[in-house]
Design a protein around this ligand. Structure first.
Ligand SMILES: [Ca+2]
Ligand SMILES: [Ca+2]
Ligand SMILES: [Ca+2]
Ligand SMILES: [Ca+2]
Length: 268
């Protein structure tokens, strides 16, 4: 009977040891100028940033001050897409081209060289009434439209905020887009156009201090494309242990039983 208690205790010890320390939970979200976050659940691109801690709960975020209040940027990726959202204080959602249009543009430093926004770099945009743009920097350093549009997005209005939600493939296959591998870092700036086309137009850039016209990329933010957690370590809502860990526990339990058997054998 004594050896059974010992085995029981040993099993408990082994199980506690393996369940507490072996699996590490990936830490995704942090704010600042490095956006680095993986999501296993894609957001719904419907112009509504669902909060708190729901569809954009895994995102890296930053909140900063705009002329009309505050704005928050959200960035995350999954296996296929880079997702970007922004919640922007604005007294109106302006939807008419050449009269007044609210637009979010993201320029990328695809090569992450921190040098110049020049030929071949990628740029995407989302305007009110869900006008999406996918372009690149052309030979004349002007922005040209891609032949292949690889942006999806929607804009909505909630309270005094405009909500922008958009996605861009990590690797669309288009030479005029980011071709982002897992673990790579790309630079970016976010340009907020308010009432573009009107006399009251204003432009805000994040990071603050960066200009919308300046081609210098040295102070842009970093976006790190996060690799998916491998299938063995991705927890499925606590409803069971991942396969490899189950294997470890089974081996450990078997080992504990063997030791118990040895102890019993020696005592007999
Ligand atoms: Ca949404
Ligand atoms: Ca506006
Ligand atoms: Ca494209
Ligand atoms: Ca493009």
């Amino acid at each position: 009977m004594k050896s059974m208690n010992f085995i029981g205790f040993f099993l408990l010890l082994i199980t506690a040891l393996f369940t507490s320390s072996i699996w590490t939970v990936p830490v995704n979200a942090h704010s600042g100028d490095v956006f680095e976050a993986y999501t296993s659940v894609p957001p719904t691109i419907d112009g509504v940033i669902d909060e708190p801690g729901r569809e954009w709960g895994a995102a890296s975020t930053v909140t900063f001050t705009m002329p009309e209040g505050d704005a928050t940027i959200y960035v995350m990726n999954d296996r296929r897409f880079l997702y970007i959202a922004a919640k922007v204080s604005d007294n109106s959602l302006d939807e008419v081209v050449n009269v007044g249009l609210d637009i979010l543009t993201i320029d990328f430093d695809v090569r992450h060289d921190g040098e110049q926004f020049n030929v071949g770099e990628d740029t995407i945009s989302l305007g009110a009434r869900n006008r999406v743009g996918d372009g690149f920097v052309g030979p004349g350093l002007d922005i040209l439209d891609d032949q292949q549009v690889d942006v999806d997005g929607m804009v909505g209005r909630i309270g005094n905020y405009n909500h922008f939600e958009l996605l861009h493939p990590l690797d669309s296959g288009d030479a005029n887009d980011i071709a982002a591998a897992y673990g790579s870092t790309i630079g970016a700036r976010f340009i907020f156009f308010d009432e573009s086309g009107s006399d009251k137009r204003s432009i805000t850039v994040y990071p603050q201090g960066v200009s919308a016209q300046d081609a210098d990329q040295s102070n842009w933010v970093d976006i790190v494309i996060v690799a998916p957690p491998d299938d063995g370590s991705e927890s499925s809502g606590g409803s069971g242990l991942p396969v490899t860990e189950i294997g470890i526990v089974v081996v450990a339990v078997g080992w504990a039983a063997y030791i118990g058997w040895m102890i019993r054998k020696r005592r007999s």
